[in-house]
Design a protein around this ligand. Structure first.
Ligand code: NAI
Length: 286
């Protein structure tokens, strides 16, 4: 597909040094990723080869609203209730949930998505805390900015909306989980590497973490967006997570709405055209 072209548009796929070199050897000089995150690129290698990369931004509503859905599903034990219903188990034990309106929700990262989560959550009447290196006036209308320690200590529900960077790698580790409230609900619709999966599994085993809702997991590349029906899957951490009834897993689908896909596709093509014309590309990251 790539041979004979200078530009390519890709999904979230592992663009390591080898892959970039192959793209380069086939003549590709610019790549637009159909995502806002770009941590799947080896940026140093891209710079070395002179391959330019841009993202395809889109409305934060899709991911923000999906995150709120995940919060509500975990709070109300939606998975257990729906599984039981399928078995015609209409009893109540094990299905009692927690009401979001009386909870304190901590939002880590108040960029586009985090701020939208805060705005939309404010309608539920819950107490909102936020933590982010940059504080936005818009977020202050709905939430109180606190430091990470306070957010971890006071939140009943914690939702992550910061990018995968070196300084956010495993920001939720054993020590962070230890500081959280007993029975905390942890939601991650950002990037898998933000959470140390082993620490999360220990937290779930100990009952410290009451529920987790994860649209992203560590080492999801190569698994998510492929079918493994009737095949073994090489990801032990994921297998462990799947064994918990109070863990909600989806395969990086938070963004996936008609509206978002339309915007993503338009911006991906726009990015390629701008590169091709040599015009400035506002979404260029390298
Ligand atoms: P953004 O760049 O607008 O916001 C990220 C925010 O995180 C910034 O305000 C930044 O200051 C903050 N941040 C950075 N380091 C932090 C730290 N150590 N602690 C707390 N906050 C920190 O990005 P946007 O559009 O809001 O997206 C957030 C993330 O969501 C993306 O980076 C991407 O990884 C993820 N995402 C996931 C999707 C999915 O389908 N599950 C789809 C789209 C994005």
């Amino acid at each position: 597909m790539l041979r004979g072209y200078q530009g390519a548009s890709i999904y979230v796929t592992d663009m390591n040094a080898r892959m970039l070199q192959r793209f380069y050897d086939m003549g590709i000089r610019y790549i637009t990723t159909r995502s806002v995150g770009y941590d799947h690129f080896d940026l140093d290698k891209a710079r070395e080869l002179g391959i330019r990369i841009s993202t395809s931004p889109y409305s934060p509503d899709s991911v923000a609203n999906y995150s709120i859905m995940m919060i509500l599903m975990a709070c109300r034990r939606a998975g257990q209730i729906m599984d039981a219903y399928r078995m015609q188990d209409f009893t109540l034990p094990g299905k009692r949930g927690k009401d979001i309106s009386s909870a304190t929700v901590g939002v880590i990262g108040t960029g586009q998505i985090g701020r939208t989560v805060l705005k939309h959550l404010s309608g539920f009447g819950c107490r909102l805390l936020a933590c982010s290196p940059h504080e936005y006036d818009e977020a202050k209308q709905y939430a109180r900015y606190v430091n990470m320690e306070t957010l971890l200590r006071e939140s009943d529900i914690i939702t992550l909306h910061c990018p995968a960077r070196e300084n956010t790698y495993h920001i939720i580790d054993e020590q962070a989980i230890r500081q959280m409230k007993d029975g905390v609900i942890l939601v991650n619709c950002a990037r898998g590497t933000l959470i140390d999966t082993e620490a999360l599994v220990s937290g779930l085993e100990a009952g410290k973490v009451g529920a987790a809702a994860l649209d992203v997991v560590e080492n999801e590349y190569g698994l998510y967006y492929n079918s493994f029906v009737r095949q073994p899957m090489a990801n032990r951490e994921l297998a462990l997570l799947r064994s918990f009834p109070n863990v909600y897993l989806t395969h990086h689908t938070a963004f996936y709405t008609d509206e978002a896909v339309r915007e993503i596709d338009e911006n991906a093509v726009r990015g390629c055209v701008l590169f091709d014309r040599g015009e400035p590309n506002p979404y260029e990251v390298c």
